[in-house]
Design a protein around this ligand. Structure first.
Ligand SMILES: Cc1cc2nc3c(=O)[nH]c(=O)nc-3n(C[C@H](O)[C@H](O)[C@H](O)COP(=O)(O)OP(=O)(O)OC[C@H]3O[C@@H](n4cnc5c(N)ncnc54)[C@H](O)[C@@H]3O)c2cc1C
Length: 386
């Protein structure tokens, strides 16, 4: 079968990294339907990620990582999502956050060096906890209801975060909270094992069930000033290239569905036909349309990632293009999975096949940031502005 990654692997290093993601994808694929059934982040997957040192890949080389470029990150994440998109999206948050702190120098050097050691030497995982029931998507600009109250030596955090991917297995949360005394939103490193930190199992969703995106509860959590790592007022407004791991993830699901559908079409021969359905015109038409969607979305995504890497001086202008990739890719992925389901027919509805899981998982991409209406507004604003 023609390999849809072929045009995008351009060097020996990329090939080696891709092989690593491929091996990991093969391992996690074997558990994808079980983690989907239980709706939790699997401990076996966690072990595999750490064993292969996948979680260190975006760390700078000086900290023992591979210092992945955005292009490489996207390539690996897409391949990993073919095995299990829940694992890919989850570790994508962790890796992407490290990439952003690394490239934007968001944290004080010594704090980032400490976190680098935690990740490389002690296999620790982090994620941001930003979403809350009252704010909805934080990208809309809502003020967190989680509060950070100033004390002599730091802060006390109280609140509740929803959609916290991997909550149960994370070691550190980067939590957003409103600081009344400073009239600012701050980001705080919270340890899983601290007093007052607990997880409420709320994640029971249609798709991406294996991300275990449960609620994080904070009750009088004491935070020293040194763990107040980011201040909204001080943040530069650089577009977030690392969020391309989202379209990469959903395109990974689309490739998995496309490959399954082609295999199915090549082998399924009902007794009304003297040939497999892959030789029937309307099936070939659907296969062609799947590849058209995928080629279009992939060339767009990899071109923008490459632009980000090769032209850092252009990054501040790349926000609308990054957002457009997300909308284009997640909608294309939904179309591809729909076409794959139509090829499989009623077989695709069975719980014993993977199609129905792809169909549920791919839907979640529409609700990861940035959302379609916001993307269209951004593009239209750019077009209309003088
Ligand atoms: C699989 C998955 C993993 C996730 N992991 C994380 C994570 O690790 N950490 C984290 O912090 N978050 C995470 N999220 C949360 C995600 O970033 C969003 O916050 C969440 O999906 C809610 O977004 P929403 O647009 O559906 O919700 P809402 O913002 O509540 O929107 C609901 C509806 O209201 C509309 N709406 C809301 N506000 C506005 C507005 N101002 N203007 C116009 N329309 C508006 C929306 O378009 C939508 O139609 C995850 C989400 C998913 C699906």
């Amino acid at each position: 079968m023609w390999n849809l990654y072929k045009p995008f692997i351009k060097s020996k290093r990329q090939n080696e990294l891709f092989e690593k993601a491929d091996q990991l994808a093969t391992r996690i694929k074997t558990r994808a339907s079980e983690t989907d059934r239980i709706g939790k982040f699997s401990n076996e997957n966690l072990k595999d990620l750490k064993e292969m040192d996948y979680h260190s890949l975006t760390l700078p080389k000086s900290m023992g990582g591979e210092e992945l470029s955005l292009y490489e990150f996207v390539l690996l994440q897409q391949k990993l999502a073919e095995g299990d998109p829940s694992v890919a999206l989850s570790i994508g948050w962790h890796l992407g956050i490290i990439m952003e702190i690394r490239d934007e120098q968001l944290w004080e050097e010594k704090t980032f060096e400490w976190m680098g050691r935690e990740i490389k030497e002690h296999q620790k995982l982090i994620n941001r906890a930003a979403t809350e029931p009252a704010t909805g998507s934080p990208t809309r600009g809502g003020i967190p209801e989680t509060t950070a109250t100033k004390t002599k030596s730091g802060y006390i955090l109280n609140g509740r975060k929803s959609f916290t991917t991997m909550a149960e297995v994370l070691d550190y949360f980067i939590v957003s909270a409103f600081i009344q005394e400073e009239d600012d939103i701050g980001w705080f490193i919270v340890e899983r094992e601290q007093n007052g930190v607990s997880i409420k199992h709320t994640w029971d969703t249609l798709g991406m069930r294996g991300t275990g995106s449960d609620d994080l509860l904070l009750k009088d959590v004491i935070i020293p000033s040194s763990r107040h790592v980011e201040k909204k007022q001080e943040r530069k407004t650089v577009p977030k290239g690392w969020l391309l791991h989202i379209p990469a993830c959903y395109l990974g699901i689309a490739i998995a569905a496309r490959n399954e559908a082609i295999q199915f079409a090549k082998h399924y021969q009902p007794n009304s036909l003297n040939k497999p359905i892959s030789e029937v015109h309307h099936i070939q038409d659907k296969i062609g349309r799947m590849d058209l969607e995928l080629l279009n979305a992939q060339y767009f995504m990899y071109a923008v990632a490459d632009k980000w890497d090769q032209n850092p001086e252009y990054r501040t202008e790349l926000g609308p293009d990054l957002a457009a990739v997300k909308t284009q890719a997640t909608n294309a992925a939904n179309k591809v999975v729909d076409l794959a389901m139509r090829i499989a027919g009623g077989h695709g509805l069975s719980k014993t096949a993977d199609f129905e899981r792809f169909y549920r998982d791919v839907r979640a991409g529409l609700h990861n940031p940035p959302m379609d209406d916001a993307v269209l507004q951004t593009l239209s604003k750019r077009a209309l502005d003088d």
